[in-house]
Design a protein around this ligand. Structure first.
Ligand code: FAD
Length: 450
């Protein structure tokens, strides 16, 4: 399967990412003090490297870390268009679900299932390892998750999910009525499932700290360096606005922006997600909603909608709508319609908080595949283009993919390189003009039958 085309790559009118369109009113950036952080100099002039990584989100940063760990002598150059963490990695919901990679595996052999649980946990465990070994401060709290149902159908879905987790040897507890109120108080929540696996964090702090760590490991990081063209070959030629780099190995770590560079165009499509952060709640407001265990809260407004408490006492909530813009556009800018729905949902969950101010609104782009399964692997005539794409929920998965990329590069055969996400065939996403309908259909199937 070929996931890129040279002719598309050579279209000079396709200036890459509309990186600068979004709200930068991102609470996580503010809390990470991004404004006062050092953003590295752009790539200028001609360079050579052993490995060039395009994209400074979690995938690129984790790949950089694992590659340097495995190949300490290789020169690794990471090129990021804006600053590390500027994409979805610094904007997301802060949910770190350890069990993200165990979907679709009920029917497989219990031994393989168990291995997949371990692989699924790798991403979160790697974040914990980074925190411990490199003193990363990213407000990581491993309090588990609370899934809530808004209607009877969703209660049955939670029951099914509880049974599924049991099959994987993972505990969880279904709560209703008064029991549920020990976790959260809302007139709309009919039942809740406590899942002790998972964490919440400030995603931008994690990305910025990972940048520090990879630099300490010897990776050269260039920021403000938008890649305008990639010409793949035995030696890849990567051009930015002010410079260029040649390298025999390329890691493509641009997730939602891959199509802008001519990769995965008909397989992976960008989906925009929006979020809001409230002003800090008073203690009596927190008491009124009973959310004292500080678990990541997900509900089923859409297939994945979520809220978390920030360390300074706000609610960060997002995901009421996953928006696909025609022709794979990255964003139409400020989507007031979606943020309005998020606000409506917040106050319908917690009418106790009516009047609470919204301090921040922002969005970001992630990707979907039609089977909602991410993909990692290696491609190209010379098998020297490594990639991770399709991580719709990727805080831990991207970390795991960074490791898989390094393992593949080393030619290893192990449970990770044999994982079901590796070098898999990604389903066709439909012709660009009709993709909107394919995507709508796909989301409908996910939400109603998936
Ligand atoms: C609003 C939102 C909420 C989300 N919530 C969650 C959540 O709670 N939990 C969860 O697990 N997942 C969540 N996700 C998904 C998760 O954030 C992503 O799966 C993950 O961050 C993808 O990481 P990445 O490194 O692959 O891509 P990105 O973080 O998008 O990184 C790609 C990088 O490439 C750079 N780039 C792009 N094009 C170029 C170019 N031409 N030249 C140079 N650089 C370029 C970009 O600037 C960007 O920094 C959410 C996503 C969004 C948008």
């Amino acid at each position: 399967m070929k996931y890129f085309s040279r002719s598309h790559n050579n279209d000079k009118n396709l200036r890459p990412p509309d990186l600068y369109e979004y709200f930068v009113d991102n609470f996580w950036f503010k809390a990470a003090d991004l404004e006062n952080q050092k953003i590295n100099e752009p790539l200028r002039g001609s360079h050579k490297a052993d490995v060039v990584i395009v994209g400074g989100g979690y995938t690129g940063l984790s790949a950089a870390y694992h590659i340097r760990e495995k190949f300490p002598d290789k020169e690794v150059l990471l090129v990021e268009g804006a600053c590390c963490g500027y994409g979805a990695s610094g904007r997301n919901g802060g949910f770190c679900i350890a069990t993200d990679l165990i979907r679709n595996l009920e029917s497989v052999d219990p031994e393989i299932r168990q291995k997949n649980v371990e692989i699924s946990y790798y991403g979160m465990n790697f974040i914990k390892r980074m925190i411990a070994e490199h003193e990363i401060d990213c407000d990581f709290e491993e309090n588990g998750m609370l899934g809530v149902a808004l209607n009877d159908k969703q209660v049955s879905e939670l029951e099914e999910y509880e049974a599924r987790l049991k099959k994987f040897g993972l505990e969880s507890t279904l709560l209703r009525g008064d029991q549920l109120e020990t976790e959260i108080i809302s007139p709309r929540f009919k039942a809740g499932l406590v899942i002790p696996h998972g964490a919440i964090l400030n995603p931008a702090k994690l990305a910025r700290e990972m940048k520090r760590v990879v630099e300490e490991c010897g990776v050269v990081v260039k920021e403000r360096s938008v890649v305008t063209r990639i010409t793949p070959g035995k030696v890849h030629h990567v051009e930015t606005e002010l410079g260029e780099v040649q390298a025999p190995v390329l890691v493509l770590a641009v997730n939602a922006y891959a199509h802008k560079l001519g990769f995965f165009k008909d397989r992976v499509f960008p989906v925009s997600v929006f979020q809001i952060a409230t002003e800090p709640l008073s203690q009596s407001q927190w008491d009124s909603i009973g959310w004292q265990n500080r678990r990541g809260l997900y509900d089923m407004r859409t297939k994945f909608s979520y809220s978390i408490p920030s360390t300074d006492g706000r609610i960060v909530i997002g995901g009421s709508d996953f928006t696909y813009y025609a022709n794979d556009a990255i964003s139409s800018g400020n989507d007031m319609y979606v943020t309005k729905i998020i606000k409506r949902d917040l106050f319908s969950f917690f009418p106790q908080l009516e009047g609470l101010k919204i301090d921040h609104l922002w969005g970001g782009t992630t990707t979907y595949t039609l089977d909602r399964t991410p993909s990692v692997g290696v491609m190209g005539e010379d098998q020297n283009i490594y990639y991770g794409v399709g991580m719709s929920e990727g805080v831990p998965t991207t970390q795991t993919f960074g490791r898989i990329i390094a393992d593949l590069m080393a030619g290893e055969e192990n449970d990770y390189t044999n994982h079901y996400t590796v070098n898999r065939d990604i389903p066709y996403a439909g012709p660009t003009g009709l993709r909107k309908y394919f995507v709508k259909g796909g989301i409908w199937v996910m939400e109603n039958l998936g």
